[in-house]
Design a binder for this molecule. Structure first.
Ligand SMILES: Cc1ncc(COP(=O)(O)O)c(C=O)c1O
Length: 365
């Protein structure tokens, strides 16, 4: 028998693919620092510290049909979402997190060698999924205030460019992209994906414009405002013909029944969830004001549930490490436009107090 090397069968471009940098779950984090998991203050994932609606927990416990496959056409889920978004259900498809929809959209449009515009610094999944799909990333950097550069994007788009991703509010900078910029990009005649994962905290949306634009896609998530990051639930608002293709090529049972139950019950208990969103927005303003008082930090204005700060005196990595030792987890970045920055998710009032105290202590060393 000929000697064989199975590694040779793996796609060549997978060897150089840069892995996505996910956040670690709390039990892994505490193993490293040896404190009880209940004492962890997790402000690194833009998750909702209040969790999901109590009605969701009850509905999940009581649901009787987990032994049956879920509906591949997501009828109940799409109907509930259509009511929430105020568009026809034919425009909506749900995914296992908006992450899954980023992947499915790219699998629908990209052939090897096709390009995607990414406006860095931004959410890493656009680049990662493009490369997994064999696409090419054209990176058009944002300016120093993290606004997108429309003339540069227009100049960068070539005959093989099919999709542009714009997160609005952007992660990690927290700022919105003006509607006028998106409208200008739509004129390019390629697909413009506006990722509104943080919509409930910004209240700015282009969802109602999907029916008039055959190249506009909106992505939303239940991970942040609805406290369901662990169940993986997102959705897209698509032109109808694109929604049909997404339904055709997605994994048939991508929304599991627990996620379906949680989504329907969340929307039935929307007043509760809107209450926690209001608490997070109020706390965001308080956290921002407290961060502004620290002479070693410069927080950037935000429309989301996190705040990016430049460390203007001291060292961002040391600050992150100092907090980590106390069980407070935040993100730290060190890429070109994000040199010496940290990102802090908005938590409960007691989390704000703890993080401010720990930042002061870390600065003093
Ligand atoms: C801009 C943006 N889009 C999408 C996501 C992923 O959301 P989901 O949990 O629905 O996959 C995130 C998560 O951090 C994000 O920041």
């Amino acid at each position: 028998m000929k000697s064989r090397d199975i590694r040779k069968l793996i796609r060549h471009d997978m060897a150089t693919l840069k892995a996505y940098q996910p956040i670690e779950p709390p039990d892994v984090l505490v193993e490293e620092i040896g404190i009880p998991v209940e004492e962890v203050i997790k402000l690194d994932g833009n998750e909702n510290p209040y969790g999901c609606s109590p009605r969701v927990r009850r509905a999940l416990a009581e649901y009787p049909c987990y032994h049956i496959y879920p509906d591949p056409e997501q009828r109940e889920v799409r109907k509930a979402l259509a009511g929430y978004v105020s568009v026809d259900a034919a425009h909506i498809v749900a995914g296992a997190g908006s992450d899954e929809l980023i992947d499915v959209i790219l699998r629908l449009f990209l052939e090897p060698g096709d390009a995607v515009v990414n406006c860095s610094p931004t959410f890493g999944m656009y680049t990662f999924c493009t490369e997994v799909c064999g696409g090419r990333v054209i990176d058009v950097r944002r300016d120093s205030k993290y606004n997108i550069d429309v003339p540069k994007i227009k100049a960068a788009v070539d005959a093989k460019t099919k999709v542009i991703f714009i997160a609005s509010p952007n992660n990690p900078s927290g700022n919105l992209t003006p509607q006028a910029d998106i409208l200008e990009l739509l004129q390019l005649g390629i697909v413009v994906v506006v990722d509104e994962a943080y919509y409930e905290f910004s209240k700015a949306t282009m969802a109602q414009m999907v029916s008039e634009n055959d190249n506009l896609i909106i992505l939303r998530s239940f991970s942040k405002w609805a406290g369901l990051a662990g169940l993986r639930l997102g959705y897209g608002i698509f032109p109808e013909f694109i929604a049909d293709y997404i339904l055709k090529i997605k994994q048939p049972y991508n929304i599991n029944l627990a996620a379906q139950v949680a989504l329907v019950e969340s929307l039935a208990d929307i007043a509760y969830l809107q209450g926690t969103v209001r608490k997070i927005i109020a706390e965001r303003e308080r956290l921002f004001a407290r961060l502004q008082e620290l002479e070693f930090l410069r927080p950037f204005p935000t429309q989301s549930n996190f705040i990016l700060c430049r460390v203007v005196k001291g060292n961002a990595k040391k600050m992150r490490d100092g907090l980590r030792k106390k069980g407070i987890f935040i993100r730290y970045f060190d890429t070109p436009l994000l040199s010496d920055t940290i990102r802090i998710s908005v938590g409960k009032p007691e989390h704000t107090d703890a993080v401010i105290k720990a930042l002061k202590a870390a600065y003093k060393g």
